[in-house]
Design a protein around this ligand. Structure first.
Ligand SMILES: Cc1ncc(COP(=O)(O)O)c(C=O)c1O
Length: 331
């Protein structure tokens, strides 16, 4: 269980359900969680989220291990070591299982993990020396990139795992500690590639650019309400004409949503056939993570359904929202 501001009710529910690992993120939370566990007569197993100071090569809002942000305990300032002391002082209500680091998302090589593993294992070894305990686990977080466009070239999980195991092995030897049980937290690498969003074209407009070239603006029946990643992170997506084939010349196209924001862009740049017209279907791949989860009803736009497809059969698993749904909470 993660979060920089878990409520008391959430912590109580987690301890009550017996959530396997609670990742503590602040000094207040350590005391709060210990009090909850004591009251319920339980022991909570915890990891300490450590800010290792790695600048992941990704957008600022999905990089999570530099110092100046809201998550975790800073390694450099000694806050992480202090968190460990406070957790140990709360035994038997808290059981410290290890350290945790999540450096960001959409990462395509292991260099960031290497730096982060080196720093966090140094702390792991210092804790072993200071407290005479070798923590049994180490969590290196998620962040494994996926292909949203043909420019993205993710590492196969097998080689990624082998490289990370090598890094941990080397750093444990260098620090004179045993190899802890390693866990990782892939999110989008599991959910992202499973899904594409199917939009219907509503309008098509040619816009002249400086220098005389032009760009086709293709507006679809959704946008930042179902996929805010482009607007929020400057994310890149690709897009293809679905539903029919076309031999028309590909032209520079921007696929935009229907909301009252000029930043409401789904796909910034794509070469799509020049004959795209209202009613055509466009498919945007890689939308299984952080799209529906980040969706909204902005401009009072009902959310689309989710359809599962298997062996040539389609099944609605989340129905389309209606106007009644939009108004359901009005008192
Ligand atoms: C702590 C933590 N672990 C793992 C993940 C998953 O990241 P990704 O989907 O990039 O693998 C996130 C994403 O927000 C996270 O906050």
């Amino acid at each position: 269980m993660h979060g920089n501001n878990k409520s008391l009710a959430e912590l109580e529910a987690a301890v009550d359900y017996g959530v396997g690992r609670i990742i503590v993120d602040s000094f207040e939370e350590i005391d709060r969680l210990a009090a909850v566990a004591a009251r319920l007569g339980r022991t909570a197993s915890v990891l300490v989220r450590v800010t290792v100071g790695v600048e992941a090569h990704t957008h600022e809002f999905i990089a999570t291990a530099h110092e100046d942000q809201k998550f975790g305990f800073s390694l450099a300032s000694g806050a992480a070591a202090e968190a460990v002391r406070r957790i140990l002082a709360h035994a038997p209500h808290l059981r410290l299982l290890g350290l945790h680091s999540h450096i960001g998302s959409q990462i395509f090589d292991t260099s960031g993990y290497e730096v982060s593993a080196r720093r966090i294992l140094r702390l792991h070894a210092e804790i072993a020396r200071e407290h005479g305990i070798e923590m049994p686990e180490l969590d290196l977080g998620g962040g494994f990139g996926i292909a949203y466009t043909s420019e993205h070239d993710p590492l196969p999980p097998k080689s990624l795992a082998a490289e990370m195991a090598d890094i941990v092995d080397r750093e444990c030897r260098a620090n004179g500690v045993g190899i802890p049980r390693i866990s990782i937290e892939p999110g989008r690498a599991i959910a992202g590639p499973s899904t594409f969003t199917l939009y219907q074209v509503g309008t098509v407009k040619q816009v002249r650019l400086d220098g005389g070239a032009s760009r086709s603006y293709v507006s679809v029946d959704g946008g930042m309400s179902d996929n805010v990643r482009t607007a929020l992170y400057d994310a890149d997506f690709s897009c293809t004409l679905a539903g029919r084939a076309s031999n028309a010349t590909p032209v520079l196209t921007r696929v935009v949503g229907k909301h009252c924001e000029s930043g409401d862009i789904v796909v910034k740049d794509e070469f799509l056939p020049a004959d795209i017209v209202a009613g055509d279907l466009l498919a945007v791949p890689g939308t299984g993570a952080y799209c529906r989860a980040l969706s909204s009803q902005y401009n009072h736009t009902p959310r689309p359904p989710v359809v599962a497809v298997r062996d040539g059969k389609a099944r609605v698993i989340v129905r389309r929202e209606t106007v009644e749904d939009l108004l359901a909470l009005d008192v």
